[in-house]
Write a protein that binds this ligand. Structure first.
Ligand code: ADP
Ligand code: MG
Length: 572
């Protein structure tokens, strides 16, 4: 049974069903630690694990198991530092038990009436921000006299935001027998003070941070000259279906400059650094979370405490100061359950520092080559077709009927359409918009390019190809470069002297073979640069869509592009 490991922690079949429906398969490290202990319900708990490691389920699952639904009394109160987090926690907990569990979020800024109505109707779990919870307590509209569990979620953030006095007062409304569970990504000293004051018989459960250098984050790097970094960045964004990422710079000046350059080119970018005021910061983050902007440029310090999930990319536009910052930065993508890509740009001047960093973080960071202008233009054509199909299907365009008829009366349809596209998209499809970015090749010679008959359609990703080559052929991971996965096949560059043996080994793996053709062979000369498929036919557009060509291309909508199109349109 797939959820065996969850079952072993002591969860009931009912909960296991809910987890199966959510697509959880195996508990995260912090969940392994907290769930059995909390199910015993014998002591207060302090739990620490990095952001994105599933702390909500770590406290939510045992509480949902233990409480008696519909007892008409609030049995658990979960305090979260912000309204957003409260809503997230509320939704997550709700998903753990369908039907009879009543969970409600209570936060400032929302209408009181609805909250009062729900509280009166009776709820089992309240998830709220301290201020609004206190409002209700003082008015007597929230009754904590039967409270069994108080959870302080993101306790470090709550301390930072000065909620300590509120917590103090909230506790005065709760019975003495309540348990307190404190969850936090970090453990500043003040947390110890907090726990001494309120908590008893504490069990501390921690997951060391390094476990987090997310398995799900694909880490790659590009060697680019400093002066080519901007072009490299825009290529990565352009070739992406649905780029949603944070770009890290070292300094405030660099952030401002990059944001300006991006805006000038029509991208929806926002910048965060130390000089951005708190209210401005909140505005920017709201916009970003709602995906009204899809590129957030930030310094390390300014990015601290940002809680955004589902990032497709983290980009190190310049190298971080130290290995910890690197881990911190890339930990923002590839969060539990979501795949993400961390990209690092390395200029020749940064090379030494990067070598050092790579050794320190002990991570597998793979070298890649940038998408070509041709790749990007193909991608854009696809997006245009998709958007056109979308309009034809779902929008009205009657306003344009008449002019369409007039144009067709005068012009050949192909000419009319092409000219109209020119008008709408100007020179978007001009490959020369993507001037050549010179490759910095230090150790290109002495390698072989392999064609491997395994691709996206059979579940392969670059990371898996690397693992396969390392495991089966004994090639050290750091010697495997420039892996690209297409739908039905992949390419990888390996040391020349290993190529012969590697192909032999791969071709002996009968169980992997898709048909009776050899699994591995040397890529044809023409494939080395452009990765045309082995028949010399370029991957058709549709393949692009179904399966990303490169590790840094993902599925998704075409948000960023449509924004650019709007931008172009507005000029008329
Ligand atoms: P944290 O509070 O530690 O930052 P969250 O509880 O917000 O992390 O979880 C982050 C994401 O991971 C959520 O989308 C959640 O549904 C998902 N998640 C949590 N536990 C698991 C698991 N065991 N398997 C798969 N996804 C999980
Ligand atoms: Mg959390």
């Amino acid at each position: 049974m797939i959820l065996e490991a969850f079952k072993e922690l002591g969860l009931s079949d009912r909960t296991l069903d809910a987890l199966a429906a959510k697509g959880f398969e195996t508990p995260s490290p912090i969940q392994r630690l907290t769930i059995p202990v909390m199910l015993q319900n014998r002591n207060d708990i302090i739990a620490q694990a990095q952001t994105g490691t599933g702390k909500t389920a770590a406290f939510g699952l045992p509480i949902v198991e233990l409480l008696e639904p519909r007892a008409k009394q609030v049995q658990a109160l979960i305090l979260a530092p912000t309204r957003e987090l409260a809503i997230q926690v509320n939704d997550e907990i709700q998903s753990f038990r369908k039907g009879d569990l009543r969970v409600t979020p209570i936060y400032g800024g929302a209408a009181m009436n609805e909250q009062l109505r729900r509280l009166r109707a009776g709820v089992d779990i309240v998830v709220g921000t301290p201020g609004r919870i206190l409002d209700h307590l003082r008015r007597g509209t929230l009754d904590l006299s039967s409270l069994r569990w108080l959870v302080l979620d993101e306790a470090d953030e709550m301390l930072n935001m000065g909620f300590i006095d509120d917590v103090d007062e909230i506790l005065s409304y709760a019975p003495d027998e309540r348990r307190i569970f404190l969850f936090s990504a970090t453990m500043p000293d003040r947390i110890a003070g907090l726990s001494r004051k309120y908590m008893r018989d504490i069990e501390v459960l921690r997951v060391e941070n390094k476990q987090v250098t997310a398995d799900l984050t694909d880490q790659i790097y590009f060697e680019v000259r400093e002066s080519d970094k901007f072009d490299a960045l825009t290529r990565i964004i352009d070739v992406e279906n649905d780029f949603y990422g944070i770009v890290f710079c070292r300094t405030k000046v660099a952030v401002d400059q990059l944001v300006n350059n991006l805006l000038e080119r029509g991208y929806a970018a926002e910048g965060l650094h130390g000089d951005v005021s708190q209210s401005q910061r909140e505005k920017i983050l709201r916009k970003f979370k709602k995906r009204h902007s899809n590129i957030l440029v930030a310094t390390d310090v300014a990015a601290r405490g940002i809680d955004v999930s589902n990032l497709t990319h983290v980009i190190n536009y310049s190298l971080p100061q130290d290995p910890e910052s690197y881990v911190h930065r890339i930990g923002r993508t590839g969060r539990a359950g979501n795949e993400g890509t961390a990209i690092t740009f390395i200029s020749p001047a940064e090379n030494r520092q990067f070598m050092f960093l790579q050794r320190q973080v002990k991570a597998e960071i793979r070298k890649e080559t940038l998408p070509t202008g041709h790749d990007i233009v193909e991608m854009k054509k696809l997006k245009i077709k998709d958007e056109l199909a979308e309009i034809v299907e779902n929008e009205t365009y009657a306003d344009y009927d008449e002019i369409a008829r007039e144009l067709l009366a005068e012009l050949d349809p192909e000419v009319a359409l092409a000219a109209l596209m020119r008008l709408a998209f100007k020179n978007e499809l001009d490959e020369s918009n993507y001037p050549e970015i010179r490759r910095i090749d230090v150790n290109r010679r002495g390698t072989s390019r392999l064609f491997i008959g395994l691709g996206k359609s059979s579940g392969y990703r670059p990371k898996l190809i690397v693992e396969l080559l390392a495991r089966e052929c004994g090639i050290p991971q750091q010697k495997i470069d420039d892996v690209k996965c297409m739908d039905d096949f992949s390419f990888a560059t390996i040391p020349f002297q290993d190529a012969e043996a590697a192909m032999k080994k791969l071709n002996s793996l009968r169980e992997l073979a898709q048909d009776d053709r050899p699994l591995a062979k040397l890529a044809k000369e023409s494939e080395k640069q452009s990765d045309r498929n082995p028949n010399g036919v370029r991957d058709s557009g549709r393949n692009y869509r179904r399966g990303p060509r490169d590790s840094y291309q993902r599925r998704g909508g075409s948000q960023d592009y449509s924004k650019r199109r709007d931008h172009t349109r507005r000029k008329y």
